[in-house]
Design a protein around this ligand. Sequence first.
Ligand SMILES: Cc1cc2nc3c(=O)[nH]c(=O)nc-3n(C[C@H](O)[C@H](O)[C@H](O)COP(=O)(O)OP(=O)(O)OC[C@H]3O[C@@H](n4cnc5c(N)ncnc54)[C@H](O)[C@@H]3O)c2cc1C
Length: 425
Amino acid sequence: MANNLISLMAAPKHGHYDAIVVGARCAGAATAMLLARAGLKVLAIDRKPYGSDMLSTHALMRPAVLQLWRWGLLKPLLKAGTPLIETTTFHYGDEEITIPLAASSDLPGLIAPRRTVLDRILVDAARKAGAEILHKVAVGGLFADTRGRVRGIEIRAAGRTAVRVSADIVVGADGIGSLVAKCVDAQPLRRGAVSAAHVYGYAPVEPGAGYHWYFRDGIAGSLIPTNDSLACIVASVPTGLFDQRFRLGHARARMDVLETLSPTLAAQAARAPKDARLQAFRGVPGYIRQPHGPGWALVGDAGFFRDPITSHGISDALRDAESLARAILSGSEAAFAVWQQQRDMIANQILDTTDAIAGFDWTLDDLGERHRRFSAVLKAEVQALAGQPMPARRATASKPSTYRAPANQDGPPADFSRNRTGARP
Ligand SMILES: Cc1cc2nc3c(=O)[nH]c(=O)nc-3n(C[C@H](O)[C@H](O)[C@H](O)COP(=O)(O)OP(=O)(O)OC[C@H]3O[C@@H](n4cnc5c(N)ncnc54)[C@H](O)[C@@H]3O)c2cc1C
């Protein structure tokens, strides 16, 4: 559908797709890749440029690394210069516990790729599988039929009439401020109670460095080796403390937190060039949203957010991308119910164990136990992932099998966008 109205920007090649994915990063590009690998006609759209950076401290946990290995993307990431991380050290006050990561052929270690590297490799893999991916194009709304079933997206160029592109399913992989979630009025199933702020920058680091996680009386920090021989160095505090202490400038307040945590960590951070930029995230309480309804689904942060302190967002995004792809390919509503049940179970465990750390209501004595609980959730997640088959179309399906509403819900397209006209799960 090369339409004049959007001729000034990249335009979708077709007027209809099996699936349209809004957002093309960890959750969106992974979903597009898996659906395209299974033979579906997929369009993914992101308003940001290809290979652009975004807020993230990069640390991948075991489930994310396992997924990337299963999808054949671990090698390209290592080839792109992402360092292999072979130890994790927890610093509880002055106590240090170093854990070597048990290497195996599928999990040689952990990695913390820059988002400019990880998101690009996911997009490249999705394109290679046949997905059409447009960057620097914003989705402005959805449209639905008269029964409220989502039928497609609207792309709006400044000052021009919206252009519609239809799909059997629209997947919102559009992050924390998800437009898709707003348009379909996806209901919160749970809201977390706490939030933490994270302020980070990059400094040179020696080769072979491991992950370091620091904790001391109501503050936390980390050193995360990433690409380009740099480490991401993070200061984490409760949002309330951030509002008090970081108001007058991030650099000095961050350095104070790092010095209190560990003079060695502060010295490492001080190796950054004087004019190096810092990134700050003030914090958002976690949430779990209803993840699907007629003609739509949410994946990644759009459907489930947990504080970054446990570095599990990308693991969640990749895991849910695969299980959502499986549900879409199965073509039955029952498969979506099963997907949600599994997602809710793991999301609730991750949110519980993350909030137990992000709430900063621990003492150094009980923090180790909270980390052990989180680690047990990760272990169960890795075991479950390892036994999953790759998403594939049912052998009997004669055409792309996607989630479809009952026939009597079909009808002519009607306007359905941010006004929340009442499409309900
Ligand atoms: C400070 C911070 C540190 C973090 N550190 C870690 C970490 O160390 N490890 C970890 O695993 N996780 C971490 N996370 C979490 C992780 O970044 C997210 O869980 C992950 O990015 C979610 O991926 P996503 O694809 O769902 O959404 P996003 O990565 O947010 O991508 C959404 C995309 O949708 C696009 N989009 C939005 N609206 C539209 C629209 N209307 N039209 C077109 N495109 C649109 C956006 O441009 C964006 O590119 C961190 C998060 C924060 C905030």
